[in-house]
Design a protein around this ligand. Sequence first.
Ligand code: FES
Ligand SMILES: [Fe+2]
Length: 340
Amino acid sequence: MTAYAYDAWYPLAWSRDIGPRLATRRVLEEDLVVWRNAQGQVAALEDVCPHRLAPLSLGTLKEDAVECGYHGLRFDCSGQCVAAPGMQRPPAGAAVRSYPTAESMGMVWVWMGEPARADRSQVFHLPEYDDPNYSVVEGDALPVQANYLNLADNLCDPTHVVYVHKSTLASAGREETRVMHERQGNKVVTWRWVIDGPLIPVFQGLKDFGGNVDRWHYYHYHAPSIAVIDFGSARTGTGAPEGNREDCIQMYACHFITPVDQRSCVQHWLCLKNSPADPEVDERLRDNLRLAFNEDKAVLEAIQRNEDKPRDWKRIHLSLDASSIKMRRIVEEMAAAPAR
Ligand code: FES
Ligand SMILES: [Fe+2]
């Protein structure tokens, strides 16, 4: 069992998926009813009526309030009960918990901790998302039947790429490239360089360097549930490892993970690239990334099935585990922060 860090902005849903109708999402084992109100803001309430505990999502949306489908109590976007059939005014103190929300990078974020501690200036945002030199390839909301920290392990670990992603993200024969890592506040950065190698399959067709490239992978894991993979390539010998990325393919693969419960999560992913939007190129990139992330999903779900067996597994540790150990320590620290 892993403890949850509540004081954090968690990815809730793609903005494109939340409209003026009731939707449900599960985050940290809490069920939420979610909709977009007339002002365009996203309301998120605990999905339970305080009368007989019917899920509010079984009710209907009436004038920006959710009407319970059992006896008609109505709750506004703040969770306050605003109407009770047959009564002159709602029962005193009738309310459901509401969760602060925000939107950034095409994603709705929800604050699962004490609302007074929610600071919207802390919602994750990558500056390149608004940079006209970049285009966005929005991906999926991929359900993964695995603990979100196992997915986080995977996103702190460049070494699996050559084994799991042979057809998309890897170049053969580069198993031994050295991996570095460092904790920076509540983030762990794990990186590796491949010098003088061929262009990897997902980069093909984006740029012609006329030969081999230097390729970088920097995995930025922002605890508890965001990973940004800064990866790209420049013609070998042009000084990319020293910081010259002037003429390069640059991508940021962003993974916004919603921890659903101890055995499942949703992996929202998008990719930013420093080349213009192009329907054909973007579709191919999306297909390649989709293939790669489904390769991870297959491994992670199989691992979860093994973890679920009633066995006392003895595991060995490898040096490649160092950054995920650091990442898990940060999540533990965040989870031990003041209770709600
Ligand atoms: S259960 Fe919701 S009004 Fe009765
Ligand atoms: Fe992977």
